[in-house]
Design a protein around this ligand. Structure first.
Ligand code: APR
Length: 278
């Protein structure tokens, strides 16, 4: 459980940093009612992640849509709203104390909360994409087609099959998101990692890249480029805010503030505003 000293320390680190980046995972949305994947009662305790691979989608897109209709109904029926953790990150951006949020989440809640610089590392469930021509449409359009029995829903433009615009296992990370996230991780002086189990790559590599500030970490690109010595600068500070320790804890992150993001982030924000004289 976290302490007031940890809250004060994080606030001081934020005020003292110039280029701050947040990396978020499903744990920041659980207080909005959206289950995470690997926490207790996570989605992977109810669904088999192997069913959410790109090859499974191609084998039987209709079955995928039936499953995602069910899951989509569940999630969208919750009409998830940003919680205090999302709102705290949006306020940090307003204060000029957050350059961007790199999120693994596909719920779009950071944008709803007010963050304008959001890198969607795993895409966004509120859109669908045609796997033939690449055209994108709002998710509701596809859900309407699917609930009217058009399974799988097809593209209005070319009749290709529509797929939720969230990155499935086996799919590559969108190039823009990959490049931009690497750039931000390499250049930040503080990374706040919130609500992620840090077990899915390459997202989980970003805190290490921030820490080591080498940017060419072999496992990120699956290749090794020699580190240019003059590029090697002191690494960023990495703060973890999570309900439990992760593989980053004590190795990559400087410290873990253990507990609920919806409680911890607003307290840190309040202390940051006090230090900034608000
Ligand atoms: N506050 C802080 N941490 C929380 C909270 C909370 N309210 N609720 C849950 N957590 C923690 C959990 O303890 C867990 O460590 O958040 C973490 C969520 O981890 P995962 O469920 O694995 O989610 P994530 O890390 O985002 O998964 C990464 O895996 O399945 C894929 O594509 C999917 O983007 C996802 C990726």
């Amino acid at each position: 459980m976290y302490t007031e000293e940890e809250i004060k320390k994080a606030a001081k680190d934020i005020v003292g940093a110039e280029k701050i980046v947040a990396l978020t995972g499903a744990g920041i949305s659980t207080e909005s009612g959206i289950p995470d994947f690997r926490g207790t009662d996570g989605l992977w305790t109810k669904y088999d992640p192997d069913d959410f691979t790109y090859s499974k989608f191609l084998q039987d897109p209709a079955k995928y849509w039936k499953m995602s209709l069910e899951l989509g109904e569940l999630l969208l029926s919750l009409e998830p709203k940003p919680n205090l953790a999302h709102l705290a990150l949006a306020r940090l951006e307003e204060l000029g104390k957050l350059r961007c949020v790199i999120t693994q989440n596909v719920d779009g809640l950071h944008q709803v909360a007010g963050n304008t610089e959001v890198i969607e590392f795993h895409g966004n469930l509120r859109r669908v994409v045609c796997i033939a021509c690449g055209e994108r449409f709002p998710h509701d359009l596809a859900m309407e087609k699917a609930s009217n029995g058009e399974l799988p829903p097809r593209c209005d433009k070319c009749k290709g099959i529509l797929k939720p615009d969230a990155v499935l296992f086996e799919e590559p990370i969108p190039r823009y998101a990959l490049d931009r996230s690497l750039e931000e991780a390499r250049n930040c002086d503080l990374m706040i990692v919130v609500g992620t189990s840090a077990v899915v790559y390459p997202a989980a590599e970003l805190p290490r890249i921030a820490k080591e500030r080498d940017g060419y970490h072999a496992s990120f690109f699956g290749l090794y480029q020699p580190r240019r010595v003059m590029d090697y600068k002191k690494g960023a500070k990495v703060i973890e805010i999570n309900a439990e320790p992760t593989p980053l804890t004590g190795i990559v992150s400087d410290y873990l503030i253990e507990g609920k993001a919806g409680e911890i982030l607003p307290k840190i924000l309040k202390e940051v505003e006090r230090l900034l004289g608000f």
